[in-house]
Design a binder for this molecule. Structure first.
Ligand code: SF4
Length: 72
């Protein structure tokens, strides 16, 4: 059986600079992006997910207040 992996819905992600899902990841698999030049106070994009480091635990899905992360 193949484990699900996290997927970020760009239409729901609010690009918080201090993304709680990225902070929570114990495996350092989510990397925050730099601040947007066009929209100060938000990140330039959703966090990046390193699928080599990701353990498919699903913690980030629960941590995202915007429900922008789904395990698929
Ligand atoms: S599924 Fe787990 S290991 Fe993978 S990015 Fe989310 S919190 Fe990190």
């Amino acid at each position: 059986m193949q484990l699900k992996m996290p997927w970020i819905d760009n239409t729901r992600c609010t690009r918080e600079l201090d993304c709680p899902a990225a902070r929570l990841c114990k495996h350092d698999a989510m990397t925050l992006r730099e601040e947007s030049g066009d929209e100060p106070g938000t990140a330039a994009g959703p966090p990046r997910i390193d699928l080599e480091k990701c353990k498919r635990c699903g913690d980030c899905e629960h941590a995202c207040r915007e429900r922008a992360i789904r395990m698929i």
